[in-house]
Design a protein around this ligand. Structure first.
Ligand code: NAP
Length: 294
């Protein structure tokens, strides 16, 4: 049965905004839970309201889900900063949301590769977060996407900026395989997962229609922009060293976790349910690229 009122944690983020739009298009009333509701009042649909909530605060989470039939957690923290760490947001915060969602349907966004044995503190926290969500709410549906792309995203903007350089540095030899997912395909998956009883309690791995090496992705971006550049292999050890040096800056342009993420493929397991089980044919990165760069 369609869930009429939905609270979206992280509804102000890159993915969260597209989830909110997909829910509104599907006729739902949406409550966006954000730490900064005062910045959210303008330019939203009548069906959308904002409420102040930090996922680290269980009472605020409980207020945010009051009266909702369904809950989505699309909260992200990619870089730890003073007072904000992966454990408090991705583990304890995710647990707070799952507790708050008790008796409702919950879609929790994680990421492909979530593993407690990863070298990345971010990836480990995502895995512990999934465990905490499961413990608190065993009917939660978990969606693990590969890297997301879409208009005004950080993935394509970074590739666009990097391919302006005269020499384009690769992570290693540029062989890391990614399966980029269009952000609107993932937003659609959230709505489907919420309404489909067959999806309840399952873990979906969501990759786009095509799998590409990092080098190929750069080549596609350069072709779309009409640029010709040399792609230069840079050993991962050098990237790790750069991340250590960058860590002393107030807003490091590169972190150890970002480098570790680029060491691992991000491709959906053929054994896990994916877009097909949700009845969605995802877009291909190469086909959607020009439209997103425009
Ligand atoms: N982007 C990708 O390529 C990618 C790939 C795989 C998985 N994912 C997953 O997709 C989800 C969304 O990612 P995104 O890239 O859209 O993130 P994003 O644009 O960085 O947005 C982050 C969101 O998290 C909210 N948030 C952060 N800390 C919070 C806190 N303590 N309490 C409440 N809200 C908090 C922010 O809300 P306010 O600042 O308004 O409070 C914002 O809405 C995450 O689970 C991420 O791991 C993303």
């Amino acid at each position: 049965m369609a869930k009429e009122r939905v609270t979206v944690f992280g509804g102000t983020g890159f993915l969260g905004r597209r989830i909110v739009a997909a829910l509104v298009a599907a006729g739902r009333d949406v409550r966006v839970a954000t730490r900064h509701p005062e910045q959210e009042e303008a330019a939203r649909d009548d069906r959308v309201e904002s409420i102040a909530a930090d996922v680290r605060n269980p009472e605020a989470v409980a207020r945010a889900v009051q009266g909702a039939d369904a809950v989505v957690n699309a909260v992200a923290l990619y870089v730890e900063a003073q007072g904000l760490d992966f454990e408090s947001v991705h583990v304890r915060g995710a647990r707070n949301v799952a507790h708050g969602a008790e008796g409702r349907s919950l879609v929790h966004i994680s990421g492909i590769g979530a593993s407690e044995t990863s070298l990345s503190a971010y990836v480990q926290a995502r895995a512990r977060g999934e465990g905490a969500v499961r413990e608190a709410c065993n009917n939660a549906t978990i969606l693990r996407p590969s890297v997301l792309f879409g208009p005004n995203d950080s993935f394509l903007s970074t590739l666009d900026a990097v391919t302006r350089l005269p020499l384009v540095p690769l992570f290693g030899r540029g062989d890391t395989r990614l399966q980029p997912v269009h952000v609107d395909d993932l937003a659609k998956a959230v709505v489907h997962a919420m309404d489909d009883p067959a999806a309840t309690g399952r873990i979906f791995e969501l990759g786009g229609a095509g799998t590409y090496g990092y080098r190929e992705i750069l080549a596609l971006v350069m072709a779309a922009r009409g640029r010709r550049r040399w792609l230069v292999p840079v050993p991962f050890a050098v990237w790790h060293l750069l991340a250590v040096i960058a860590a002393v800056l107030p807003n490091p342009p590169l972190t150890r976790d970002q480098v570790l993420l680029m060491c691992e493929d991000s491709v959906a397991s053929p054994d896990a349910p994916g877009f097909a089980e949700l009845g969605i044919a995802p877009r291909d990165f190469a086909d959607a690229l020009s439209e997103c760069l425009r």
